[in-house]
Ligand binder design. Structure first.
Ligand SMILES: [Zn+2]
Length: 172
């Protein structure tokens, strides 16, 4: 097995990065020495791999994952324009530079499209909203009425899992 880059891990860097979700790669790039204005060198840009490894080494695997979960949660709320002041404040404490975060998200996407796939295990990724959920206030469920059979005019009312914080989409 050829050694690729110097990294603080036993496994080759490629394997290591494959096991990171796009959110984790973003967090790692943000924490790395990558210049904010960096432009990718094309399909085989190994600099990105080096920076992703560096960022994870700096933060630690667990902290990288924790921040990535919050970032994914923030994006989910942000996409629906439901960000509360508390969620916004915690997010900007974690990522003070919007410009750098945008750059890191962009390069993370590049690393997936042109360089390194995401291993299936990396897709099991918890999306966490850092603060009470804007739609269910943290209860995880919503009281609602839904149609069981429209023709029979049959509806039911009760608690259902919150569509915002309990959703399992966009995990990777
Ligand atoms: Zn909720």
């Amino acid at each position: 097995m050829p050694a690729t880059l110097v990294a603080p891990h036993v496994a080759p860097v490629t394997t290591f990065v494959e096991e990171l979700s796009s959110w984790e790669r973003t967090v790692a790039l943000y924490a790395s020495d990558m210049p904010t204005t960096y432009h990718c060198l094309g399909r085989q840009d190994s600099n990105l791999l080096g920076w992703i490894s560096q960022g994870v080494a700096r933060l630690g695997r667990e902290e990288t994952r924790r921040r990535a979960s919050y970032l994914a949660g923030y994006r989910r709320v942000w996409l629906r324009e439901l960000v509360t002041p508390q969620i916004a404040r915690r997010h900007s404490e974690r990522f003070p530079s919007v410009r750098r975060l945008t750059a890191a998200e962009d390069k993370s996407a590049s690393s997936i499209m042109s360089l390194i796939r995401i291993a299936p295990t990396a897709r099991n990724f918890p999306v966490v909203i850092d603060g009470p959920c804007p739609t269910c206030d943290g209860a995880g469920k919503l009281w609602s009425t839904w149609v069981v059979d429209a023709e029979a005019d049959w509806t039911e009312t009760g608690y259902r899992p919150c569509w915002l914080c309990q959703s399992e989409d966009d995990a990777a």
